[in-house]
Every structure is written in structure tokens, then in C-alpha cells.
Design a protein around this ligand. Structure first.
Ligand code: MG
Length: 421
């Protein structure tokens, strides 16, 4: 049960990438702007847009060409990820004046537990102070949700934007939250929403009043958790990054500059993605017993598959091989490939005992491990890009920007999207 006295803020930077670009070049401010992977290429993908572009119907994930068709005056800018990381850090420094309990959620969102900061003001006052300071000191705007748990704080930050504060107090959460569409709730993705709709669950209130037996039957433990969220019973703590719980899976994904149209193009991309996953598995001293692959198609649909590996591994080629066989087994090429994520799942400590298969080549495994150790060493000393697989040397469809990486922690809430490179 949630502590009755908790005060949690969720602060979300509005149109973050586009806002930073407009600050770098104020002449952009008056125009619709989209930040894209690679602007000289008409197949570049929209990564972010400002309000004016949004008003024209420009969507994240579509091609520059599609966006320009909707909005002929659209100004396209390159992405500058090191700037976004810098501002993300500066904003967090402001949050740190109000609490030590700050949990980032992606590059532009954070939960801040201000329960212990009541001498500085109540939740709503602190939210406004943060909102004003971010605007004055950094020239960016945030929308802040204030509530008694993380899920409603996040919901609040979505309810009014930009540059706004929304309070969802315990006494009035039913009036404020229950009429909202169920997909607004954290944890209700498109697939879950679709199933819920089939059972007539359209609002968060419908979900709150849905029999738990049905939710458990359809979604397992996750269904019960959603029911608790809808009823204001989320008691997950705000966990600062440094004391985050052990990782449950390691994923790495990328949206391509141009859609992939053949399996020959898919393989080196998988190898590149798996390489980073493997590096991070080794850094975390984990091995994976399974692999999951997600593919976003050219028409923006997501597919995913997973499989158990014959032997646990922390070696890139094994992970890429598993992902590629999933791909070949399941992908029909009715659409080109827009984006892919490779995720190592079913993790265990690398020291944990394992049963070696009769057909496993122990000598090869040892050689792989020693090559990996050498790779890691070179990269530690000379940087991530110092050495790479020959197959991934020339990939014109790979964006020259940061990959999206993600650590999925045991609590479904704590998916952190960060940037590497
Ligand atoms: Mg945002």
C-alpha cells in the first residue's frame, strides 16, 4: 500500500529536441521545425518536432518526405545528441536542488520524490518553482505532474502542456483520472489497449472497476498491476539511477536513415546492435539465456519475437545469430524494415553454473571469450568506435546519431531509455 504522505513530481521537457534546436538557432522559433536523422537524405526520419509542426500533422517516426508533404514550410534540422544530453543533465541539476530522489525516465523525463522537502514548499509550489527555473535558467519548458504516486504524477505531466503544472491529489483522483482513455495510463501499450477495448474497458475508470480475475486471466500479474495503478495504489518508489535494481534485460535499438529492404542489409545491423548488447552484458557480468527481437515496419507497426538460446552467452555473434534466425523464421517482407531492437533476456550471473550441451564446442567458447575480453579492453582504452566488426564498417542506412538503448529493470515501470556513443 502506498504511503499516504508521498509527494511525487513527474517533470517532462516539452518537445525537447526541437526546443534545444530552436535555442541553438532562434530564427527557427517562428517556423514548424522537425529534427531528423539525416537531412540531406529525403528518406530521413522525423525524430522530434515542435508545436507548429505538430499542428500541421507531422508525426515522429515518419519520413521527411511524408512530413514535407503535409507541411511544405517545414524546416528540417540535424539532431545534436551531445547537446540534448548536456541539457538533460542541466535540468537534472535544477531538480537536485529539491530532492536526492530523482529517477530519469528517458532523456527528457524524471520522477522527483519531494516528500522530504516540505520545508521548501508543497508539491504544487515546488512544481511551479521548477517549471519557472527551467524556463528562466535554460530557456526550456517542462510540464509537471504532482501526485501521491509515480503513475499519476506521470499522467499529470501529460494532461496539460507545455509549461504547466497539473495536480492529482488523493482526494480527487477519481474525478480527474477515471474519465481519461485507458491508453493514457503508464503500462497500457497499444496491444493491451486493444484487448481491453474488446472487453469494453475504454477509460481508466472502467479499468479500475474491471474484475481483477478477468485482468489476471488476460494479462497475468501485469493485469493486476494495471488495476492497482488505476485505483491509485501504485507504491513503486522513486529510485535514483545509482541505486537502481539489478538489470533484467539489456536492449539496443536503432531507427534507420532509410528502410531496409533485404535480409543482406538486416544481418550487419543485427550484428552492430548485438555487439553493444554483448558489451553491456559483459560489463554487467551477465549472460543471456534468451534473445528477443523487435521490428518496426515501414508502416510503423511493431512485431516482436523471442527464443531461448541453446547455450547462455555474452558473445555478440551468438546474440546476432539468434536474432537473425528469429528474423528469417518470422519476417515475410510484406513491408520494409524501419527500426529494430535486439534484447538479451533471461539473464543470469556470468558465474552461474550451466549445463554444457553435448554439441557445444567448449574450445570455441573459450576463444570467443578471449576475443571479447580483448575487444572490451581496446574499447575501454581507445573508445567504443576504436574497433568494430568488418561487416558493420559501411552501413549507409545507419544514422550518424546515438543509438537508442534501454535497460529493462524488474519493475515494469523502470524502463530507461538513454543514449550511447
Ligand atoms: Mg518530453
Amino acid at each position: 500500500m502506498a504511503s499516504p504522505s508521498r509527494t511525487v513530481l513527474h517533470s517532462d521537457l516539452n518537445h525537447f529536441y526541437a526546443a534545444v534546436e530552436c535555442m541553438r538557432n532562434p530564427a527557427l522559433r517562428a517556423h514548424p521545425v522537425a529534427v531528423c536523422g539525416r537531412q540531406e537524405d529525403r528518406h530521413g526520419i522525423v525524430l522530434a518536432k515542435n508545436c507548429a509542426a505538430k499542428a500541421c500533422g507531422v508525426r515522429t517516426g515518419e519520413t521527411v518526405w511524408q512530413a514535407k508533404t503535409k507541411c511544405p514550410g517545414l524546416i528540417i534540422t540535424d539532431a545534436h545528441f551531445s547537446e540534448y544530453t548536456k541539457y538533460s543533465r542541466l535540468v537534472q541539476e535544477i531538480y537536485a536542488d529539491y530532492s536526492d530522489l530523482i529517477e530519469p525516465f528517458g532523456i527528457d523525463e524524471c520522477w522527483i520524490d519531494v516528500t522530504a522537502s516540505s520545508r521548501l514548499g508543497n508539491g504544487e509550489q515546488l512544481a511551479h518553482e521548477i517549471r519557472r527555473r527551467v524556463k528562466r535558467e535554460l530557456g526550456l519548458t517542462v510540464s509537471v505532474g504532482v501526485s501521491f504516486n509515480k503513475v499519476f504524477a506521470k499522467l499529470g505531466s501529460d494532461m496539460r502542456k507545455p509549461d504547466a503544472v497539473t495536480v492529482i491529489a488523493r482526494e480527487q483522483f477519481r474525478e480527474k483520472v477515471w474519465p481519461l482513455a485507458v491508453e493514457e495510463l503508464l503500462g497500457v501499450g497499444p496491444a493491451t489497449a486493444k484487448t481491453l477495448h474488446r472487453y469494453g474497458v475504454r477509460t481508466i475508470g472502467d479499468l479500475a472497476q474491471c474484475p481483477t480475475s478477468l485482468l489476471q486471466y488476460k494479462f497475468g500479474v501485469g493485469g493486476l498491476r494495471l488495476w492497482e495503478y488505476a485505483n491509485g495504489e501504485d507504491d513503486t518508489p522513486v529510485v535514483p539511477q545509482c541505486s537502481a535494481p539489478p538489470i533484467k534485460s539489456v536492449g539496443n535499438g536503432v531507427t534507420f536513415n532509410a528502410d531496409l529492404t533485404s535480409s543482406e542489409e538486416v544481418w550487419p545491423m543485427l550484428l552492430m546492435l548485438a555487439d553493444e548488447v554483448a558489451r553491456r552484458l559483459r560489463a554487467a557480468q551477465k549472460k543471456a539465456y534468451g534473445i528477443a527481437l523487435s521490428v518496426r515496419t515501414g508502416d510503423l507497426r511493431d512485431r516482436s519475437w523471442q527464443t531461448v538460446l541453446e547455450q547462455p552467452t555474452q558473445h555478440a555473434a551468438d546474440l546476432a545469430g539468434g536474432a537473425f534466425s528469429l528474423f528469417c523464421q518470422h519476417y515475410t517482407w510484406s513491408q520494409p524494415v524501419r527500426a529494430m531492437t535486439v534484447r538479451a533476456i533471461h539473464l543470469d550471473d556470468e558465474q552461474a553454473a550451466e549445463q554444457l550441451s553435448l554439441f557445444c564446442d567448449a574450445g570455441k567458447r573459450e576463444r570467443d571469450a578471449s576475443v571479447d575480453a580483448t575487444l572490451d579492453n581496446i574499447r575501454r582504452r581507445f573508445g567504443r568506435r576504436a574497433i568494430t566488426h568488418a561487416a558493420t564498417l559501411h552501413l549507409p542506412k545507419l544514422p550518424s546519431i546515438a543509438e537508442e538503448t534501454e535497460l529493462l529493470l524488474p519493475n515494469g515501470l523502470q524502463t530507461m531509455r538513454g543514449l550511447c556513443r
